[in-house]
Ligand binder design. Sequence first.
Ligand SMILES: NC(=O)c1ccc[n+]([C@@H]2O[C@H](COP(=O)([O-])OP(=O)(O)OC[C@H]3O[C@@H](n4cnc5c(N)ncnc54)[C@H](OP(=O)(O)O)[C@@H]3O)[C@@H](O)[C@H]2O)c1
Length: 348
Amino acid sequence: MPSIDTFTYLDPSKDRRVAIITGGNSGIGFYTVLQLYLHGYIIYIAGRSRSRCNKSINELKAKAIEIIDAKFSNSNTNIKNNDEIIEFNKLKNRQLGELHYLELDLSNLQSVLKAVETFKQKEEYLHLLINNAGAMAVPYTLTQDNYEVQLQTNFISPFLLTLKLLPILEKTKDQFPNLIENPRVIYLSSIGHQFASLYFNLKKQMNYKPDFIFTWVRYGIAKTAGIHFMKMIALRNPKVLCIIVHPGFVMNPNIFTYWTNLPIVGILFWCFFQIFAYFFGVTPEQGADEVTKESLNSNFTIEKNNGESFGPGGKIIQPSKVASNMDYAARTWIWTIRELNERGVVVD
Ligand SMILES: NC(=O)c1ccc[n+]([C@@H]2O[C@H](COP(=O)([O-])OP(=O)(O)OC[C@H]3O[C@@H](n4cnc5c(N)ncnc54)[C@H](OP(=O)(O)O)[C@@H]3O)[C@@H](O)[C@H]2O)c1
């Protein structure tokens, strides 16, 4: 997999490339936004908290300038030959993208529809959709749409968001057929989808005890369904490239907050996560590097890569048998369309 620095640094005034990333205000999403911003993308950070997202936007702007300044001063002192002068001039002229906030609460279907309408009023094209936001191993709760919270956040709402944005992604492909980076959808999956390998049933809420075990099964089911929907879109909509990414074990403090904040046992969970991270973990920056590479890699083609899953180091990984099964994927698709229809949400 090529390094991030080898991907094109765009001048947004000439090459306007637009991306939406859900949950771009923290963890893996934050650093993915940083890389795309440095590469000149116009990015909409879709999140449920305006204040958290705006805070992150300010931090991202400051970080990007810091990174460019550091690179700039290093190259300035080391210039020895013509190639380095060319590199230095490229760096000097590098343009940052734009950062915007898009209101989106994935636990609310109406919020998803509203976010799509707001986006359509602002932009004509969309080159990249990253379904990054997720909830992991949280206690059993129902959303206001009456779905288990992990199922809606990790699967049902990203499904709806993607289907509603597909026409814009397809229009972008039609308008710019020669773009080297095919318009694409990225889905943040997880090795945790394997928790649904033994039992996958979308109709069951899996509200069983002990919750600290069944919460992982619910997470696994949601992420397995997410892989199904990406594989189905890859099959049904051959204009848009669909890529699934497992970013590695990213031991960031946010996603485990529920566990580490539990009274008394929280400290045990904290210790467990620290030890696990020491041996197997990667940083949010490393996780984001994977997502950025799959997002910007221009060697990916629809014919070769549509519906593929990538893991750490850009390695192709095979999802579980349940997640790879196209009969199950078709059933997941039909079930979800019917569920949405029952709630008055129509998707084609
Ligand atoms: N960490 C890992 O080891 C790991 C491994 C494999 C896959 N993943 C996947 O990678 C993705 C990012 O994880 P992360 O580790 O970066 O976690 P994180 O820091 O907790 O980020 C999760 C993001 O999702 C957002 N989010 C949660 N619920 C939402 C909702 N209802 N509406 C809109 N946004 C919502 C959060 O927003 P708020 O700030 O508003 O909460 C946050 O920005 C997730 O899909 C996760 O399943 C993570």
